[in-house]
Write a new protein. Structure first.
Length: 623
């Protein structure tokens, strides 16, 4: 049974029988079982209330938030009722573009989320003033404090005026005063007509009393759901008296954390795993800090809060129930019509592309340290290669040095372009996943903007390296040959960058740093294999070498340097067997190879890695 989203008729969030499992692997390939994080929990979070999902470490708090918000879909089953298009998810880590100011980030959010351009400035000022960030609008995101970054995350999502906020550990890493201010801000958001749901580990008494609704998890089961002030009467009713020196939140979490499962099973059975809520019958006002253990237990009762709209055997059928076929069809048609209208009001893909392209170019140009490092790196590598092979390109007796030169140029380009995105892109992917989930943009405009924004500087830096090494080594003073030589290096760099981006989109920085060199190693082995016995290479091995873009790049560079009827090289010895470039090409078994066919192989490999990048991004953003 897959997770099924019901048509949302209000601003509440309701879920039933949510299960969440993750695979247990013996190794990278073999799966030996599945670990259950959520055991069929149910519940409701109401509009206008600040709801908190609490529990000890490993209870399943973030798992539940991810499941009901849709941030995680793989391994999740059950039913939920939520207006997905009117919700947003704010992660525990506040990922922002570090080099952009608060005002610039707000303008980007408005450009991507709000169709009308006239009210951007008024909207930005209103949101920043409400969140007490207006005085920091010219500060970059990396200069903000923890609390300010959290408020900025809320401000960026508030641009689209969502009615449902999901926040994962919003107080994590904040001091007590800042955490209390953050919770008070969320409470004000809820009072303004929004549904606010957050996870929190163990709140203080000051923070705890600000919540309107508490949902306590333990070992993937719901052990309590209701008002904060009802926890003590609930525990008293099952003969568990909270000590007067304890905060109710601390006590119930300590109970769940110190028992192996018997108490958790009993509490889960009492709450029917979240289908019942412990609530007050009358309107008597009680607050945290009063003598709540003396309250009459008759003032509280268990109330069923789950709407009976599902089939009786829904676990087996996995289908919608108790709504007639005609009514279900009518509701689906209404939802479809509403979705069409919303899509027509959304920002176009072209505008998304232009906004993202401008954002990425600005981000690249402001990263001055990275620009200087790349400039110095390419300049120094070009000078080093130029000095090592200074005026040696026309010496007929140095055939193997010519091969080392061509392979070395390709290796410098490949290693540089592969490793940089492997180390930098995984952090970008986390931001992309959050923004894509919150409907800032679709993947295609982002992918196109990412590809195009990196082209100018990549071409510029590679031309620095290629220019120095070409002219200092003494290669023919022919502009067309230099342009061909440069084209080979640049397209090889595009292939290498595509591979690096694909790895960075798939793995974390730690794993990518291991995977990158592991994948380069066989490509490198195929690149240098057999140049001294090219005529004896088996046909199957020769075909396999075509899979190595490093080999194809090196061969293409050799053809650009020694092909096209290059004149004989100088010979300073009695006899130079390879002074005729045609003899060298024949020895390397590439005299009949078309340079344009090699270019074609590079283009195919370029497309392959770019497709892998897009598929990896899509998988990361949709799981």
């Amino acid at each position: 049974m897959e997770l099924t989203s019901m048509i949302a008729t209000n601003k509440d969030v309701e879920f039933q029988q949510i299960c969440y499992t993750v695979p247990i692997r013996k190794n990278f390939v073999q799966e030996i079982g599945r670990r259950t994080l959520l055991n069929g929990v149910s519940g409701t979070f109401r509009n206008g209330e600040l709801s908190a999902i609490m529990g000890p470490s490993g209870a399943g708090k973030s798992s539940l938030l991810n499941a009901i918000s849709g941030y995680r879909t793989s391994g999740v089953t059950g039913y939920k009722k939520i207006n997905k298009r009117d919700s947003c998810y704010i992660t525990q880590e506040d990922h922002h573009q570090p080099l952009l100011t608060v005002e610039e980030l707000m303008h980007v959010a408005c450009a991507l989320k709000v169709t009308s351009r006239k009210s951007h400035e008024v909207l930005i000022t209103e949101i920043l003033e409400n969140l007490n960030l207006n005085h920091r609008r010219n500060a970059t995101a990396e200069c903000l404090s923890g609390g300010e970054r959290k408020r900025l995350s809320i401000a960026l999502e508030s641009v689209a005026n969502p009615t449902i906020f999901f926040l994962d550990e919003p107080t994590s890493g904040l001091d007590e005063v800042t955490a209390s201010q953050c919770i008070q801000l969320l409470k004000n958001l809820a009072k303004s007509g929004r549904t606010v749901v957050c996870t929190i580990h163990q709140p203080s008494a000051t923070i705890f009393k600000n919540f309107d609704h508490i949902y306590v998890l333990a070992k993937g089961h719901c052990v309590y759901q209701g008002e904060p002030k009802a926890i003590i009467p609930f525990l008293t009713s099952i003969h568990l008296d909270c000590p007067k020196t304890y905060s109710p939140s601390d006590y119930i979490i300590e109970l769940c954390d110190s028992n192996e499962g018997s108490l958790i099973s009993s509490l889960s059975e009492i709450t029917q795993n979240g289908k019942l809520e412990y609530t007050q019958i009358n309107d008597n006002e009680h607050t945290i800090g009063t003598d709540e253990d003396s309250l009459a237990l008759s003032n509280y009762r268990w109330k069923n809060i789950i709407t009976p709209v599902y089939l009786e055997n829904s676990k087996q059928s996995g289908s919608l129930g108790c709504i007639g076929g005609g009514f279900a069809l009518l509701e689906k048609m209404k939802a479809f019509s509403k979705r069409i209208k919303q899509d027509s009001d959304s920002v176009s893909g072209t505008r998304q592309f232009l906004v993202l392209l401008h954002l990425m170019m600005k981000k690249i140009l402001r990263n001055r340290i990275a620009l200087w490092i790349q400039f110095i790196h390419h300049l120094m590598c070009g000078l080093m290669f130029g000095l090592i092979f200074y005026k040696a390109a026309n010496q007929g007796e140095r055939m193997f040095d010519h091969l080392k030169y061509c392979i070395g140029c390709i290796l410098v380009i490949v290693y540089t372009q592969v490793m940089v995105p492997i180390l930098s892109f995984p952090m970008e992917v986390k931001l992309v996943k959050k923004e894509f989930f919150n409907r800032w943009y679709s993947l295609t405009p982002y992918y196109m903007a990412l590809t195009i924004s990196r082209l100018p500087l990549q071409i510029f830096f590679n031309m620095i390296f290629l220019s120095f090494t070409y002219w200092m080594s003494g290669l023919p003073n022919e502009l067309w040959r230099f342009m061909l030589f440069s084209s080979v290096g640049i397209i090889t760099s595009f292939v290498a960058e595509g591979m690096g981006l694909a790895i960075g989109a798939t793995f974390s920085i730690t794993n990518g740093s291991a995977v990158g060199p592991l994948l380069i190693a066989p490509f490198l082995g195929l690149a240098i294999y057999g140049f001294d016995f090219a005529a004896d290479i088996p046909a199957l091995m020769y075909a396999l070498m075509k899979l190595s873009y490093i080999r194809v790049g090196a061969v293409t560079l050799v053809l650009s340097v020694f092909g096209f009827n290059r004149p004989e090289l100088d010979c300073n010895e009695m006899y130079c067997h390879f002074s005729d470039p045609k003899v060298l090409l024949r020895f390397l078994r590439v005299e009949k190879v078309s340079i344009w066919h090699e270019f074609g192989f590079l283009v195919l490999l370029l497309l392959f890695f770019r497709v892998m990048l897009f598929l990896s991004l899509k998988k990361r953003c949709r799981t």
